[in-house]
Design a protein around this ligand. Structure first.
Ligand code: ZN
Length: 149
């Protein structure tokens, strides 16, 4: 487990320092996510091409975990279909909230599996899932503000 913990810290710090797809998009679905427990505030921008995620990006400010999670989310979802994105969303949520996630979860998550360490810190789960809830609302074409509460 210590290897995973080290990897987890390394990957999260890297994405926190250099967030990927950190930019606005105009004229696309956008949802703001707010986590009052930590003060994380992120906006997710989603551009669909039919059923395919053409572009997904985010902006805002948050702690290392919320920023890294948003950054890695954009990398893993870009180019996926709506259906594939739903599977990844559920798998990620399961990873963080279910003490015994489904065995095939890892296959859906790839690098995102490093977030399994967050499960030990329930308060941090809200940080890690914030961008995902915003993304999910955007996927449903709900332009709105989502809160972790
Ligand atoms: Zn946070």
């Amino acid at each position: 487990m210590s290897d995973l913990r080290e990897l987890y810290q390394e990957v999260i710090l890297d994405h926190h320092k250099k967030p990927r797809n950190f930019r606005k998009q105009a004229g696309v679905a956008q949802v703001e996510g707010y986590n009052p427990f930590c003060g994380d505030r992120l906006t997710v921008y989603l551009k669909m091409d039919g059923e395919v995620i053409k572009d997904v990006s985010f902006e805002g400010s948050g702690c290392a975990i919320s920023t890294a999670s948003a950054s890695m989310m954009t990398e893993s979802l870009k180019g996926k279909t709506r259906e594939e994105a739903e599977v990844i969303f559920k798998a990620f949520h399961d990873l963080l909230t279910n003490p015994a996630p489904a065995a095939n979860n890892a296959a859906h998550l790839g690098k995102l599996a490093v977030f399994s360490g967050v499960r030990e810190f329930p308060v941090r789960v809200k940080c890690a899932t914030l961008a995902w809830h915003a993304f999910h609302a955007a996927l449903d074409n709900k332009n709105k503000i989502v809160s972790t509460e």
